[in-house]
Design a protein around this ligand. Structure first.
Ligand code: SAM
Length: 269
């Protein structure tokens, strides 16, 4: 369960009213029962139900079960598409390790009205289900042009483009040129060649500039694809790589899942 508040030995943890209802009425927990919680900073803790009150439940932190680790820092930037597809993309981004989901308004976006609180709830539920120790942030929609104008130093942007680009399997892992193909082990994916993530484990803060393998962003365009001006601009920027996900035209949600899966399989956490 994703909770607010600090987790330390003996700390009292107060879930939300909805969560309390879920714990008592759906999971039927009583005083003394135990469950696992995380708050995105202090790792995963075993807690016990200390009190069941009319106005909620009080949990007590007993023991840290998993330390906080910070997987490489991947952002997913996705053009706003149909609401249901955006909801699928947010859920899969949580499962596949994205730290942040940024919604982009591109030249051809037909912006469905999105409910950010619903997207946050989807991200939280998916993080709980997948066993992450943090919940991806979902940002309000911003214009892609403005996002590129204010691009953060040090972050690599792989933009998925069905008109062509580097093969995703090499572009989505921090190697260039990739020793993964044709390296010591011939043409198979050589996991030994992957960067160890030990540099990240034990960090007491999210990876900063240069600390993590993965200061990456993946950009997925709208139903109508990027406009010629957007494609030209994206291909001209020093921090971008055009990435191909193969010969077929994928729907935006399929492309987002395919790209994140490749990245997650190579360097995700
Ligand atoms: N422009 C096409 C169209 O109008 O049907 C395709 C747009 S596609 C539905 C939406 C986005 O998915 C694209 O902008 C691109 O980011 C990504 N995408 C789809 N197929 C892809 C592929 N084979 N390689 C890389 N990216 C792809």
């Amino acid at each position: 369960l994703y909770v607010q508040g600090d987790l330390a030995p003996g700390a009292a943890v107060a879930p939300t009213l909805d969560q309390s209802r879920y714990l008592t009425q759906v999971m039927r927990l009583k005083a003394g029962d135990e469950l696992l919680v995380f708050n995105g900073r202090d790792g995963e803790w075993r807690v016990s139900v200390a009190e069941v009150l009319k106005k909620g439940v009080i949990l007590r932190a007993e023991e840290q079960m998993r330390p906080q680790t910070y997987g490489p820092d991947l952002e997913l930037i996705v053009a706003v598409v149909k609401k249901a597809r955006v909801e699928t993309i947010v859920e899969k981004a949580a499962e596949l390790g994205a730290k942040r989901v940024r919604l982009a308004l591109t030249h051809r976006t037909n912006a469905d009205r999105l409910r950010l609180d619903r997207l946050d709830a989807i991200a939280e539920e998916a993080a709980e289900q997948t066993g992450r120790l943090d919940v991806p942030v979902v940002d309000d929609p911003v214009k892609l042009d403005a996002l590129l104008d204010g691009w953060e130093d040090g972050r690599r942007l792989m933009f998925c483009d069905e008109t062509g680009g580097a093969p995703a399997i090499t572009a989505l892992t921090p190697f260039s040129p990739s020793p993964l193909w044709g390296g010591a082990t011939g043409g198979v994916l050589d996991r030994q060649a992957l960067p160890t993530r030990s540099r990240l484990e034990g960090l007491d803060h999210p990876p900063r500039d240069g600390e993590g393998e993965g200061r990456w962003a993946i950009l997925i365009g709208p139903e109508g694809g990027f406009s010629p001006e957007e494609g030209e601009r994206l291909r001209s920027l020093p921090f971008t790589t055009a990435v191909s996900l193969g010969p077929r035209i994928l729907r935006a949600d399929t492309a987002a899942i395919a790209a994140m899966t490749l990245w997650q399989a190579a360097v995700g956490d």
